[in-house]
Design a binder for this molecule. Structure first.
Ligand SMILES: [Fe+2]
Length: 137
């Protein structure tokens, strides 16, 4: 079992982010044309939150299974605690979005920040350490 970069997942994350109309680097909605678009739609918001949660669940499960196999093979304490904590924190943040009754700027910003973190910080610092590491199962 190995973990390779997941381009379809990355493309979906970019699409979710674009669908919510929150451009990278934008800190508020002032002057943002997307305010009249899908980012204000509860249906679109819920759809994106569910899709984001599903992507996390599938990807993180695969990664953590690989971490478990690597730890077992090495026979020592886990090297991946901070990686797992990062997964748990991202899952907690997206879980809290299920309780939202309308898509406020703050909640949309939370999703955009979460996707940016996942793609541009988590993947290069944590996931990259799993890529190309094979285990016999
Ligand atoms: Fe990860």
């Amino acid at each position: 079992m190995t973990l390779e970069s997941d381009h379809p997942m990355e493309e979906k994350l970019v699409r979710i982010r674009e669908s919510l109309g929150c451009p990278k680097g934008k800190s508020d909605c002032s002057g943002c044309e997307s305010l009249t678009g899908d980012c204000r739609s509860m249906v679109n918001f819920e759809y994106n939150v569910i899709e984001l949660f599903d992507l996390m669940l599938r990807r993180f499960s695969k990664e953590e299974e690989l971490m478990h196999l690597i730890d077992a093979r090495r026979g020592r304490d886990s090297q991946f605690e901070s990686h797992k904590e990062s997964h748990a924190d991202m899952m907690r943040q997206v879980s809290e979005l299920f309780a939202v009754d309308h898509p406020s700027h703050l909640k949309i910003k939370t999703i955009c920040n979460l996707i940016d973190y996942w793609l541009y910080e988590h993947v290069p610092t944590h996931d990259v350490l799993l890529q190309g590491v094979g285990t016999r199962i």
